[in-house]
Design a protein around this ligand. Structure first.
Ligand SMILES: Cc1ncc(COP(=O)(O)O)c(C=O)c1O
Length: 361
């Protein structure tokens, strides 16, 4: 079958997700394993959200609402957008794939930062696009060079804001300057998967840009701050014409009923959101202080993970940590041989990580 499959598929390096906890326990015969590799929320959803999921189990004999009606209405009200400005996905990953499917064909170009979130590259390669990668400058986007990389063949520019793995963000000024003079028929994909973690005052107000730009889509997710990674639900916001294009190629029942019910309950549970955010801010500061004490260099992060420079090879230190029951992301996959990426966990998990880092270095 290899001969008849699309050739572009073979230019893709398969995505290697962080190892699951159970697999590591089994393989290494460990009892206690923690996973700090996939930027998940360390806390399960609140009891109110779990209750909503339980109630929704009573309707899973039926297909889900294809338009995520109640969630759409709730988000439209909260974000002051029209309800026809939303599209929902089986994770925000799906929206990246849909955008590429809709706009990118063989020989077209896509502009990305390097390193950046791997799905931008994978989806674009499968579509047969030429990928123009613009290296980060000191872990920040080089937007001048990214704009210069846009040609008459460019269909999409991906802006991960904040991006993964660097964890840095783009400001209002950065994005406004980037958009100035950019062709109006280039789709600017602003991926805000980590939106809720950004504390910077000058972070771009991307939803305001939708009023003036028909070529922008902004995506967010319930996987990170809201802790629903396992249910797979994310959403995109854009001008209704752009949403209509993406909706035509979306599977009719792409978001399951449990995810829809859980996401709606998450929006209502403001107390839980506040508590998780407070804990995250505290834990991030604790980690920064301890990492500095241990003489590790790291990048200031506006996400729920930290990119840490390691003196040893990232592959070696990751293996040593794994033996101690800690799964982190070895950044060699991104070509960063002396970096690991760690998700900010619970207080106990972070303590375990710091003790282990002290031991292995
Ligand atoms: C930058 C970025 N975008 C999008 C996603 C995808 O999130 P999901 O598909 O769970 O919504 C991730 C997940 O790690 C990410 O890091």
């Amino acid at each position: 079958m290899k001969k008849v499959a699309k050739k572009t598929i073979f230019s893709v390096k398969p995505y290697l997700p962080g190892k699951p906890i159970e697999e590591v326990k089994r393989e290494l015969g460990l009892k206690n394993v923690i996973k700090l590799a996939s930027n998940e929320n360390p806390f399960p959803p609140s009891p109110k959200v779990c209750e909503a999921i339980k109630r929704a189990t009573q309707i899973i004999n039926r297909y889900p609402q294809g338009d995520c009606y109640y969630l759409r209405e709730a988000l439209a009200k909260r974000l002051k957008l029209d309800s026809n400005q939303f599209i929902f996905g089986n994770g925000s990953d799906e929206l990246i794939v849909l955008a590429v499917k809709a706009f990118v064909g063989e020989g077209d170009e896509v502009v990305l930062a390097k390193p950046s979130f791997l799905i931008y590259d994978i989806a674009s390669r499968i579509a047969g696009a030429k990928i123009k990668e613009v290296p980060l400058q000191g872990f920040h986007y080089d937007l001048k060079k990214m704009k210069a990389a846009v040609s008459s063949k460019t269909k999409i520019v991906f802006l991960g804001n904040p991006d993964n793995p660097a964890g840095t963000y783009l400001s209002e000024v950065d994005v406004q300057n980037f958009l100035k003079g950019l062709r109006k028929d280039v789709l600017v994909f602003i991926d805000e998967a980590y939106f809720e973690f950004v504390t910077a005052k000058d972070y771009v107000n991307s939803l305001a840009l939708l009023k003036t730009h028909k070529n922008i889509i902004v995506t967010r997710t319930f996987s990170k701050m809201y802790g629903l990674a396992g249910l797979r639900i994310g959403y995109g916001m854009a001008n209704k014409e752009l949403i209509d294009i993406l909706d035509r190629i979306r599977e009719p029942f792409n978001v399951n009923s449990l995810a829809q019910a859980a996401a709606l309950a998450c929006l209502k549970d403001k107390a839980h959101f506040k508590a998780v955010l407070k804990d995250y801010i505290e834990q991030k500061q604790t980690l920064y202080k301890a990492l500095t004490k241990l003489s590790f260099e790291y990048e200031e992060s506006f996400t729920n993970f930290i990119l840490i420079k390691t003196k040893q090879k990232a592959a070696d230190i990751s293996k040593l940590l794994l033996k101690k029951g800690i799964i982190v992301r070895d950044m060699s996959v991104w070509g960063m041989n002396h970096y690991i990426r760690v998700t900010i966990g619970t207080k106990q998990e972070n303590k375990k990580l710091l003790n282990a880092l002290e031991d292995v270095t």
